[in-house]
Ligand binder design. Structure first.
Ligand code: ADP
Ligand code: MG
Length: 393
């Protein structure tokens, strides 16, 4: 129900009739000070505020202030013998409508009903605004200090596992020189991140959607790496920051595949990530490098704590899991077994193994990771809501 407020002289005959009608049919509250109104502005709801034209210090500056304070404030000027010049000034200050107390009371009531209809129409329009504006996508990054440990395999299969849980997913290939996300998904992109930076980045109304490539699943798209390695040079950290902001509006999950060397681009990506998966395999050099990388990341105090994934582990690996844990000195999130047959097949066919062989142990681990990931997101979101509610009180 719309709330109505008034800074009005209730002893005035027409005003008291108007207020009587409002109190009977609507939710009206009379106010004497601005502080009383400020106390009411905690909810983002549309409200109608009557202001007597003769209010001191000045009707126009008060209207302007109220509009600036919250665009949900709709002011109706109330006065006797309103002149065209008064109305014009009030409109410039942001007034929605005016009530001339010399008018018949029935005409005044009709005016109130019209204002109410207008506000309800605005509310309905907002409710039907496209839902993408409400998304607040989360960024998940797949990283490692070495190539060939399974970053892309991980990114693509996690994307498909999350998609199965009704998430809209975009895979961003930031292995800018030799990215192969498109190949893993068996698609041939026409446009890539390179064209987005070159053509769309400086536009007032960007359209990142035009640079994405659809995969065979409706809910997974990719933003491919440049088609030639030298094109990667124009892509800078500020582009990545803006790109993520654009994609967050459209997707629940943004999965980022990366390259294996530390540079400004990778650091920017890690800084903006909500989750970081750090991949290694069970070989000693990879584990040592991973430990070094973890220490570096810790010193950067990123908002996301890197989560360790040991990939393609074989029973006969010389470095045993216990020793690996000792070297790394941190908890391992998950150990993924080596499944050469199904992984090779998935690369050859372009169908991720989580889709092609869902019953295999490796695929089940991805399903579990996707579940855990969504649980974390849900609990973070409920925390955000609680903090938000606490903050307003
Ligand atoms: N769990 C696994 N079992 C067996 N082979 C794997 C596994 N994960 C990845 N691979 C293989 O390892 C190779 C490198 O994987 P990739 O995802 O391209 O690594 P990166 O992106 O880190 O360079 C690929 O041939 C892939 O098929
Ligand atoms: Mg890769």
């Amino acid at each position: 129900m719309i709330k109505w407020y008034g800074f009005l002289n209730e002893n005035e005959q027409k005003i008291s009739e108007m207020i009587l009608w409002l109190r009977t049919h609507e939710n009206y509250k009379g106010l004497t000070t601005i502080d009383e109104l400020l106390n009411e502005l905690d909810a983002p709801e549309k409200r109608i505020i009557f202001i007597d034209k003769s209010i001191s210090p000045n009707f126009y500056s008060l209207t302007m202030q109220l509009k600036k304070l919250d665009p949900n404030n709709f002011v109706i000027m109330v006065g006797k013998d309103l002149k065209e010049a008064d109305i014009r000034l009030a409109m410039r200050a942001g007034m929605m409508d005016c009530i001339n107390l010399q008018d018949d009371i029935e005409l005044i009531k009709n005016g109130l009903i019209e204002s109410k209809r207008h506000i309800e129409y605005l509310k309905k329009q907002e409710a039907h605004a496209p839902s993408f504006a409400q998304k607040e996508g989360r960024i998940i990054t797949s990283s490692s200090t070495k190539g060939g440990v399974g970053k892309t395999t991980f990114a693509v299969n996690l994307a498909y596992s999350l998609q199965k849980k009704n998430q809209s997913v975009i895979l961003v290939d930031l292995h800018l020189q030799f990215g192969d996300v498109a190949m893993f998904c068996d698609v041939k992109p026409k446009k890539t991140i390179y064209e987005w930076v070159k053509e769309d980045f400086d536009r007032k109304n960007r359209n990142v959607q035009a640079y994405l490539t659809k995969t065979y699943l409706e809910n997974v798209s990719i933003l491919a790496a440049p088609l030639r390695p030298e094109f990667s040079e124009i892509i800078k950290p500020e582009h990545i920051r803006e790109l993520f902001l654009e994609l967050k509006k459209w997707y629940d999950i943004i999965i980022v595949d990366t390259h294996s060397h530390v540079d400004d681009l990778l650091l920017e990506t890690l800084e903006l990530s909500d989750e970081i998966y750090l991949l290694t395999n069970g070989n000693l050099p990879a584990v040592r490098n991973t430990k070094l990388f973890m220490d570096t990341l810790q010193s950067l105090q990123l908002k996301a704590k890197p989560q360790l994934v040991v990939n393609a582990v074989k029973k006969d690996d010389p470095l045993k899991l216990e020793n690996m844990k000792k070297i790394l000195g941190v908890k391992i999130l998950t150990v993924l077994p080596s499944e050469e047959k199904i992984v090779k097949k998935s690369v050859a066919t372009g169908i991720p193994f989580v889709a092609d062989s869902p019953k295999k142990g490796l695929s089940k681990r991805f399903t579990k990771m996707a579940d855990a990931c969504l649980e974390r997101h849900a609990s973070l979101m409920s925390n955000d809501v609680l903090i938000g509610a606490g903050g307003r009180k």
